[in-house]
Design a protein around this ligand. Structure first.
Ligand SMILES: [Zn+2]
Length: 545
């Protein structure tokens, strides 16, 4: 095992590209027996646009998945296209309006902390937990995950989650995980009190040794050469980087392909040590590979960095799948993303998008709240903001709240960069959308991630060409979180050995994944927001059992 783990880590750090094109499509009928292991992979920030740009370049794991059931227009349909809401949809089959995960952070004015911010994957009641140094927990997730449904059907089923971010592991794992590990600061860790299994001890030692050494620049694949063009962003020049890093640079390790290599190596190690997929009941492992998101935020989407990242991930996924094959495990893969993204305005403007801009500092709850307070004669902070959600301060007398909400809406709507400012009443009055997600109205997108207990009194949406980062910084130049399709559209790929495969270009949703996988397992589920997708390209129907 140790040899494999080290090999996998080395593979992620050194650019050994798999040149095989993966197994060819088989004419065999879609397997009718349930798989023994569900492998659910989320590639953080892998937009449908990015996937379309690179899909013909892939030769490793992605090339294999492209021979299965391919849904290039999967939707995280909700407005709040952030990591926590997105991951909460993938294995629950529910929209954020029902998972309760409306954003990465929200405001809860009843919490005894100065900033009133609550993190999606924390337990704010835990002693010492703060919005920045939080105690991780799944308590905010209001619904069960597929792993919990499998356990309810057969307690012998095991649920394992490993990810580059705590919120990815927790939102896909749910409330009853057998193992759950995520990257935090400089090590893979878990909930307090959990014992590191041997594979984690070895992985953490191997990762520490990797970080302690300097990393030479990774080679540039031929198809990345045209993208390697320096761009000035604030005080930095990016766009032609190759992941060279100094000894001990943990942040550079995190925003590099090596993080994904470590996550996949740990996933393989847990599968082997726990004998997942070889017990009497089916098991599930959720894997969150986060480097694509860290790379996207740090370097944007259009440079050498993202090109190398995706080539390395393709290779690492290929090795991971080959390893599962070598163990003769009957596994069903789904791969998707928690949200998409778009490139930073500085490079966009050079590439035929002169209208791309960064958000103006005037679009803020603090600034608007101060102006309203002065105009209406209300003392103290009037508005609190958390990303697009705006809350009227609890100190404001109840009789004044309607006027303040109306005035805040009027002021935000008058701003040239704001597409919409929807009040909670307007969103709550909107029926949950039922049609194709590509044609939902903005109010329907907002409704899909609205929870009356947690959402703001007002939701602000920026116009399509406005990036939500006012001032770019090191590690943070480009982002997502908008209600527009570059942030909502993600690929959804299903693959299993022997599956004939097909491509369906029309829109489906990430909430369709859980009912689809449940059907392949022969597991009856009901009451989910999503629907089962038939993975048989012919007359057969994998949704019928
Ligand atoms: Zn994310």
């Amino acid at each position: 095992m140790r040899a494999f783990l080290l090999a996998a880590l080395a593979l992620a750090a050194a650019p050994a590209f798999a040149q095989n094109a993966g197994p060819s499509a088989s004419p065999a009928p879609t397997p009718s027996t349930p798989p023994k292991l569900i492998v659910a992979i989320s590639v953080d920030q892998l937009s449908a646009d990015l996937f379309a740009e690179y899909r013909n370049r892939f030769t490793g794991g992605f090339a294999r998945l492209l021979q299965g059931a391919v849904f290039p227009s999967g939707y995280q349909g909700h407005a709040s296209t952030e990591t926590c809401p997105g991951h909460s949809t993938i294995l629950t089959g529910m929209r954020p309006a029902r998972t309760g995960i409306i954003a990465n952070n929200w405001i809860d004015q009843k919490v005894a902390r100065a900033d009133k911010q609550v993190y999606c994957a924390e337990d704010e009641r835990a002693p010492g937990s703060t919005s920045k140094a939080y105690t991780t927990s799944a308590i905010h997730l209001k619904v069960p995950t597929l792993g919990e449904m499998m356990k309810a059907a057969n307690p012998a089923s095991r649920m394992v989650a490993v990810a580059g971010k705590d919120r990815a592991a927790i939102m896909m794992g749910g409330h009853k995980v057998d193992e759950l590990w995520y990257w935090k600061d400089k090590t893979f860790t878990s909930y307090a009190g959990r014992t590191e299994p041997p594979v984690l001890v070895r992985a953490n030692a191997a990762v520490a040794a990797l970080i302690a050494k300097p990393q030479e620049a990774l080679p540039l694949p031929g198809f990345c050469k045209g993208m390697s063009q320096p761009v000035r962003v604030g005080e930095q020049t990016i766009g032609a980087g190759r992941f060279e890093r100094a000894a001990g640079d943990v942040r550079a390790f995190r925003a590099s392909p090596a993080l994904d290599g470590a996550v996949l190596a740990i996933a393989a190690g847990l599968i082997q040590d726990m004998k997942l997929g070889r017990g009497a009941a089916p098991d599930i492992i959720a894997i969150g590979v986060a480097a694509t998101d860290f790379v996207g935020h740090a370097y944007g989407l259009g440079g050498s960095e993202m090109c190398i990242q995706l080539a390395e991930l393709d290779s690492a996924l290929g090795s991971f799948f080959d390893t599962l094959d070598s163990w003769n495990i009957d596994y069903q893969i789904v791969l998707t993303a928690d949200h998409g993204a778009r490139d930073m305005p500085e490079r966009q403007r050079q590439r035929a998008m002169p209208m791309e801009a960064r958000v103006s500092p005037e679009v803020s709850a603090k600034a608007v709240g101060a102006a309203i307070g002065a105009a209406l004669g209300v003392a103290g902070p009037v508005l609190l903001g958390s990303e697009g959600d705006i809350y009227v301060a609890d100190d404001v007398p109840a009789a004044r709240r309607p006027a303040i909400i109306a005035e805040a809406a009027r002021r935000f709507r008058a701003m040239p960069q704001v597409a919409a400012a929807l009040t909670a009443a307007e969103i709550a009055a909107t029926p949950m959308p039922t049609g194709p997600p590509d044609i939902w109205t903005l109010a329907e997108r907002a409704r899909a991630s609205y929870d009356p207990e947690r959402s703001g009194d007002l939701l602000i949406m920026l116009k399509p060409h406005v990036t939500g980062i006012a001032t770019p910084g090191v590690g943070y130049v480009a982002t997502h979180g908008s209600p527009w399709d570059h942030d909502r559209r993600v690929p959804i790929l299903f693959w299993r050995k022997g599956m004939a495969g097909f491509e369906q270009p029309r829109s489906v949703e990430t909430i369709d994944i859980a009912p689809t996988l449940a059907a392949t397992l022969g597991l009856k589920v009901s009451g989910l927001d999503g629907r089962c997708l038939d993975l048989d390209p012919g007359a057969g129907d994998t949704c019928r059992f």
